[in-house]
Ligand binder design. Sequence first.
Ligand SMILES: C[S@@+](CC[C@H](N)C(=O)[O-])C[C@H]1O[C@@H](n2cnc3c(N)ncnc32)[C@H](O)[C@@H]1O
Length: 262
Amino acid sequence: MDKQIKRSSYDTFNAKSYLKKNYPVGPDGMPTSHEDWLQWLLNNLKDTFAGGKLSGERLLDVGTGPAIHNLISAARFFPNITCAEYCQENRKELEKWVRGEEDAFDWDPFIKYVCGLEGQSDWEARKVALRDAIQHVVFCDVREENPLGALNGGPYDVVSSIFTLCAVAMDKTDFDGIVSHVSHLVKPGGMLILVFDLEATHVSDGTVSRPHVFLEASDIRRAVRNSGFTDVNDDVCLVKSNEGLQWDGTGYIYLTARKCSE
Ligand SMILES: C[S@@+](CC[C@H](N)C(=O)[O-])C[C@H]1O[C@@H](n2cnc3c(N)ncnc32)[C@H](O)[C@@H]1O
């Protein structure tokens, strides 16, 4: 039986077990996921970056966790990527992969998969390019008004945050504040890419259960607009069944928005 714990469990996040649970690979060597949510996400990222239609060089990913798959399409066009993450263990796991250490998580199947989506064949070159593009792995805390603290080197052309802001927020008011903190990191005219769980009340790792802020798509669109964004577009992926999942959400939302010019 799960026991309820406080949200501060991120202080003791287990990177290896998170990766094993969330990013499995099937017998065919391809990434697998419940009702193809991962394929849905990677396809949306591919479409957002396709053809270099987002301008700029600097991209910040907020709450990267120990995982680089969300950056594969971005790195083709953004040569200067900063991964900002709260947990030291996750930052270490990211750095291991960037340095090509032996016990780093194997992201090759995910790079191959994204290259397949993009019609690119040289996945090994893309791996090298992604490693080169990840120039900084830094601490951040989205609960702070300035999430990067002293490391803030000015706003970014693109800021992405995948499954993080909803995982940190305590309630809708807190969520609005967190979206606002992250919005300050985007340049005027720059792009925000956000992914959230929809309508979840709890999430579990099989041992402990954490409460999750209940967010409808309308709450998310409103928070983003109120933080100074326009051109808000989204794609919702509804799950048909939660069976076998340690999570009670109804689906996921992938949202892009452009920061209004000052
Ligand atoms: C559900 S994970 C998502 C990780 C990754 N983006 C992915 O798609 O697998 C949520 C992440 O938020 C990070 N996090 C927790 N508290 C945070 C905070 N206050 N500020 C920034 N990130 C935080 C956690 O360490 C964790 O890596």
